[in-house]
Design a protein around this ligand. Structure first.
Ligand SMILES: [Zn+2]
Length: 324
């Protein structure tokens, strides 16, 4: 009874009121989050085009992929901050579109300013309004300006595959990639300084992921489920939006905290044929892989996850109704 499961899941979510700013003195602020509800999203991301997971900015004309030695392999590393940053921007774009649908036809910005009593656009990451759906979920740590902590948690993750298989570098068959430098001066003759050498993670490389949302509302959960594929097609990579495209398979969305880690998922993949090995751990289980505080965890099946994703318009409509 798929529908029953989704219904039970939704009963475990936090109310949308949590996202509606309240008047405090002269300004509006987001209310504190007092629920102990948790939702966890689990899946794997597969690289579709060259991906440059690079956590440092540099002036050098050589770029190396982040990698670590872990559990018997050298693995490409996809840091949590990068995943969060890209999905945060995708979520913002998505909700701007939805805001337009609920506005008075003056464009999303006017509607946004009216809803959140702000004159500024909400700009990521340095000029956040601290009141909108995005800041409530992803946090807005601006001291003295109604800071809110993030309710969403990402984890650093690592490739299933060893660097020798999944990274193009000086040591690999493909060799290191060569591109133009970002700020190449086309009026000058080309020399070695106008070239840029970079390693990249190859298409087909897989990364498991776990995302945890505290005090999750239906808008948060359906929102992030829509933001993930939007981020995938836009790209998580460095230098250009076209690098680091992904496809994501979500194994499950569940209430409660995971009783496993990214390292466990890597172990399951190593033991038993990669993705299949992981999927195996989420199907046909007698005991839950998730831990809820009081009640038993409600763990959705893939078809219910699609249903949950489709709830976004309804959830946004309810939220807009409270704001307007
Ligand atoms: Zn904002």
């Amino acid at each position: 009874m798929a529908n029953d499961l989704l219904g039970r899941f939704k009963e475990e979510l936090a109310p949308v009121d949590l996202l509606v700013p309240v008047q405090e003195g002269k300004k509006k602020v987001l209310p504190p989050h007092m629920t102990n509800r948790i939702v966890t999203i689990v899946g794997i991301k597969t690289v579709q085009s060259r991906f440059l997971p690079v956590s440092h900015e540099g002036e050098s004309n050589e770029t190396y992929v982040d990698k670590v030695e872990l559990m018997g392999k050298v693995r490409a590393e996809f840091i949590a901050r990068k995943m969060k940053g890209t999905e945060r921007r995708s979520a913002m774009r998505l909700f701007r579109e939805l805001t337009e649908d609920h506005g008075s036809g003056d464009g999303w910005q006017t509607t946004f300013n009216n809803w959140f009593d702000t004159k500024q656009p909400c700009r990521i990451p340095n000029a956040l309004c601290t009141r909108c759906w995005n800041d409530s979920l992803f946090g807005s740590l601006e001291a003295g300006r109604g800071a809110t902590f993030a309710r969403i948690r990402y984890f650093d993750t690592f490739s299933f595959q060893d660097a020798s298989e999944c990274i193009a570098s000086t040591a690999s068959e493909e060799g290191i990639a060569i591109g133009n430098t970002v700020d190449e001066d086309l009026s000058q003759d080309r020399g070695s300084a106008s070239l840029h050498y970079y390693e990249y993670v190859k298409a087909g490389t897989q990364f498991p992921f776990i995302t945890v949302i505290e005090s999750p509302t239906l808008l948060d959960v359906s929102g992030i489920l829509n933001a993930i594929p939007a981020a995938d097609s836009r790209g998580y990579g460095k230098y250009s939006a076209s690098s680091g495209k992904f496809s994501t398979e979500i194994f499950t969305v569940s209430t409660g905290l995971p009783k496993f880690s990214i390292l466990d998922m890597l172990e399951w993949a190593d033991e038993d044929g990669g993705k299949t090995g992981i999927r195996h751990h989420f199907t046909g289980l007698k005991t839950s892989r998730f831990e809820s505080h009081v009640r038993e965890a409600v763990t959705l099946k893939p078809e219910d996850v699609d249903g949950l994703k489709a709830e976004i318009r309804g959830a946004f409509g309810e939220y807009a109704g409270r704001l307007g």
